[in-house]
Write a protein that binds this ligand. Structure first.
Ligand code: NAD
Ligand code: GDU
Length: 328
């Protein structure tokens, strides 16, 4: 049985659906603080909170869990700088409770959602896994601390883990049935598409005075379907090799904010109103991943690298979202 913590959230629900498509047995663990009931259909769900030891113990007591995919966390960078306790407690203590349940029940394999935010402002791009880790916010710090905890559990031979450092996840399930629905939404691509739909008057572009080709920051957008494929490969690699490791997951290509807007205008055939405002504090100018290690070791080969494909899949979901959500 496969456990997916945070399986009702954006990325977790995509993995759950993919595993269901492969006829795998899955149990989702989520407190629905950020996740959605409509995102986890026809799958076993345990509603509980990772911060409560008993909640997560219940899962291991009632299901024989062989594989764990751990998505449950808080992930708003700005909020993490205002509420450090909330972030350290959920992201670190929640993971410790999970690891303790795994140890008690001899469940050994975990794939963990880490982030590009562990690097902070990079010295060299593309960023390889061995670059210095200097998080510039509590969110990134909490994920780095979890990586270190996982490393100790692995050294003690209690678990094997793979930590996947995602860059900018985007896009939606290939059939348009589920997609990105954060509340509040802070990510660029969904905000651009909500502007195209008229749900927002305009998009605020956070600064155009960065040292990039058009002055707006460059990010590495990775299709959520490619991202989840890497999780499945990571689990397979870990079990076959009895090893633990850390991998970046990105596209290897960067796009500016204005390039994202332009591509979204092409995909949606709508004009996107935007206004350039002050920089958002803590935003690095350029974040591009080197994912060579994941390609070589995990045999991962992203299939949807074009920005137009990523945005058009996201659009396919966004334009039908309300109908689907209301219709159940
Ligand atoms: N979205 C991105 O671009 C991105 C980038 C890098 C890393 N990540 C990481 O990937 C993971 C998934 O991200 P997402 O965008 O799908 O986030 P999300 O908020 O959509 O999903 C997280 C899920 O975890 C659940 N959850 C949170 N705390 C919980 C707790 N204590 N107990 C039970 N459930 C809990 C939430 O209800 C939600 O369903 C997170 O760990 C995030 O930090 C995301
Ligand atoms: O309304 C907006 C929203 C975003 N942006 C810009 O768009 C780019 C992308 O911003 P996102 O908020 O979509 O993504 P981030 O790169 O800030 O964050 C991503 O990378 C982080 C690591 O650096 C974390 O992992 C985080 O969870 C993940 O979404 C940034 O340059 C940002 O300044 C805007 O101009 N306007």
């Amino acid at each position: 049985m496969i456990l997916v913590t945070g399986g009702a959230g954006y990325i977790g629900s995509h993995l759950v659906k993919r595993l269901q498509d492969q006829n795998k047995e899955v149990v989702v663990f989520d407190n629905f603080e950020k996740g959605h009931k409509w995102a986890v259909k026809d799958v076993q769900v345990v509603e509980g909170d990772l911060r409560n030891e008993k909640d997560i113990d219940y899962v291991f007591e009632n299901y024989k869990i062989d594989e764990v995919y751990h998505f449950a966390a808080f992930s708003l960078v700005g909020e993490s700088m205002k509420e450090p306790y909330k972030y350290f407690k959920n992201n670190i203590c929640g993971t410790l409770n999970l690891l303790n349940s795994m140890q008690k029940h001899k469940s050994r394999y975990i794939v963990f959602s880490s982030t590009a935010a562990v690097y902070g402002e990079p010295k060299i791009v593309p960023i390889t896994e061995d670059q210095p880790k200097n998080p510039t916010n509590i969110y990134g710090q909490s994920k780095l601390m979890v990586e270190e905890i996982l490393n100790w559990y692995s050294k003690l031979d209690i678990i094997r883990y793979v930590a996947l450092r995602y860059f900018n996840a985007a896009g939606a399930y290939s059939d348009g049935s589920i997609g990105e629905a954060h509340e509040p939404e802070t990510h660029l691509i969904p905000l651009v598409l909500e502007t195209a739909l008229g749900k927002r008057d305009k998009l605020y572009v956070y600064g155009d005075d960065y040292p990039t080709k058009d002055g707006t920051p460059i990010r590495d957008y990775i299709h959520v379907m490619d991202l989840i494929e890497a999780h499945i490969l990571a689990m397979k690699w870990m079990k076959e090799n009895e090893k633990s490791d850390v991998f970046n997951l990105g596209n290897g290509q960067g796009f500016t904010v204005l390039e994202v807007i332009k591509t979204a205008e092409k995909v949606t055939s709508k004009k996107i109103n935007y206004e350039v405002v002050e920089r958002r504090s803590g935003d690095p100018a350029v974040l591009i991943a080197s994912s060579k290690k994941a390609e070589q070791v995990l045999n991962w080969h992203p299939q949807h690298k074009e920005l137009e494909k990523i945005i058009s899949d996201a659009w396919n979901w966004h334009k039908n979202k309300n109908r689907k959500v209301l219709g159940g």
